[in-house]
Design a protein around this ligand. Structure first.
Ligand code: SAH
Length: 449
């Protein structure tokens, strides 16, 4: 039988996509449904039907999966964030480990067993960063998160993944936008001022940064905003505006101006101190990040006479937590604020064997290789799209003993491990780390020799 739009069909959900949608088969034909759990038997209402797949919504759950749990978030069915809110944590971990394993086998064609996934002790309020899209209607500020694959804001100022203080920070912004007559940015017209409200918190220090992402150069009544934020947030250390006048989906613009306090906040990881600017990358889950870096350090297995090259180093966190194990550390990062942070971080931690280069990783690696620098161990921690293909020739020419690859996307990790495998660098160990509990994302770290 051929499926059509508006059909109601019985469906057994037997898998999840990497974005957290359930997959069921109707006469072999793939049907994707959000908000379901593998093992659910449902009635799906078909809302879209294309040549190769259909999309449905849940009309009825006939028999719930044994892995199904009650969602503890009032907006989880509408918000795009937590596709595992309805799934037991044990099953979520099993699924995430399997996903990394599956990518290694299917995409990487590798024969390596993923180690036991490092699960989180705490799945609530673990994020240290939130970027809320906003809309101001009749003077009232609405902040929340985008619904799945849309720019429709689902209001939520008390997200179960975010620290409690961010709700108080949003309250300060609400009063300010009303009193200062602030408008919100409209993507269609390109007009209006406030685009996003962005908070960051150092979990080990309690420091909080508040940032208004604006389509303009300044904000009205900034003293009022600062005093409201100071009143509500005991840990407030920095208030900044980020200027973004581009008509694009990228949240942050390049330029920041500090309105009050410091240009950055601090946090501690594995006993080291790190300053972090608004534009610098920093892992969102403090405790899981420490587990990830500890595993990366174990894989790196460094010794005092070695040179460590930390490519895509951000504010220098991975390298600097390992600097005392090596003779020399070189970090490479493309965002200048992050490199500035990394240099300060080296000083703050009394590390005198580290240098940081602001450059594109493949370009910098090639230059270092030409200069005759031999890296004994190379850390690769690229963004989700993985490494630029041109990097691997240089990496192999450098002839490192070990490569430790940290990745937030198991598909691009598997693709890159396959390239390294073909060049003679074999993947020896892989460990998955649940950096983002309740969401579909999973982190992994690999040892390549
Ligand atoms: N290792 C760091 C950062 C990892 S995130 C940590 O654990 O915190 C990936 C980093 O790669 C980001 O800081 C990003 O700014 C940087 N980056 C992205 N493209 C790059 C490129 N072409 N060259 C160098 N760094 C890049």
């Amino acid at each position: 039988m051929k499926l059509s739009k508006n059909d109601d069909i019985k469906l057994n959900i037997d898998a999840l996509t990497s974005e957290g949608s359930g997959i069921g088969r109707f006469d072999g034909f793939a049907v994707f449904v959000r908000g379901v759990v593998p093992g659910d038997e449902i009635v799906a209402h078909i809302i879209k039907c294309s040549k190769n797949y259909a999309i449905g919504i849940v009309k009825d759950i006939i028999k719930p999966s044994k892995f199904r749990v009650e969602s503890d978030c009032p907006v989880s069915s509408k918000c795009g964030g937590c596709s595992f809110r309805n799934v037991s944590y044990e099953e979520e971990l099993r699924y995430k480990k399997d996903r990394v394993q599956d990518a290694l086998e299917r995409i990487g064609k590798l024969d390596v067993k993923v180690e036991e996934i490092l699960g989180a002790d705490n799945c609530s309020h673990y994020r240290n960063k939130a970027q809320y899209p906003v809309s101001i209607c009749d003077g009232e500020l609405f902040a929340g998160f985008y619904a799945y694959k849309s720019h429709r804001i689902i209001c939520n100022d008390d997200c179960a993944l975010q620290p409690k203080e961010f709700k108080d920070g949003l309250e300060a912004f609400k009063i300010w936008t009303e009193k200062a007559d602030v408008t919100s940015y409209d993507e269609n017209t390109g007009k209006g001022l406030l685009r996003h409200i962005y908070f960051r918190k150092g979990f080990a220090t309690g420091d909080i940064m508040a940032c208004a992402v604006i389509n303009g150069n300044s904000i009205p009544e900034s003293e009022l905003l600062v005093s409201l934020l100071r009143e509500k947030l005991a840990g407030l250390k920095s208030v900044v505006i980020n200027i973004n006048r581009e008509n694009s989906n990228v949240i942050l613009g390049k330029e920041c101006k500090t309105v009050w306090g410091d240009d950055y906040i601090s946090d501690k990881l594995l006993g080291k101190t790190f300053v972090i600017s608004p534009n610098s990358f920093y892992q969102v889950n403090h405790d899981q990040c420490e587990k990830l870096y500890t595993k990366a350090r174990e894989y790196a297995n460094l010794s005092k006479d070695e040179t460590l090259l930390d490519l895509y180093c951000g504010v220098g966190t991975i390298g600097l937590t390992m600097a005392e194990d090596v003779k020399r550390l070189i970090g490479v990062e493309i965002i200048s604020q992050a490199v500035e942070n990394a240099k300060i971080n080296a000083k703050l931690n009394n590390t005198d064997n580290a240098e940081f280069i602001c450059a594109d990783a493949p370009t910098a690696a090639k230059k270092l290789e030409k200069e005759g620098i031999k890296a004994d161990v190379i850390i690769l921690d690229p963004p989700r799209k993985g490494c630029d293909g041109s990097l691997f020739d240089t990496v192999c020419q450098m002839n490192p003993k070990r490569i430790v690859y940290v990745s937030c996307d198991s598909s691009t990790l598997a693709r890159d491990l396959k390239i390294l495998d073909e060049k003679g660098y074999k993947t020896k160990k892989v460990c998955a780390v649940d950096m983002f509990p309740r969401t579909p994302h999973v982190e992994a770290v690999a040892l390549i020799e």
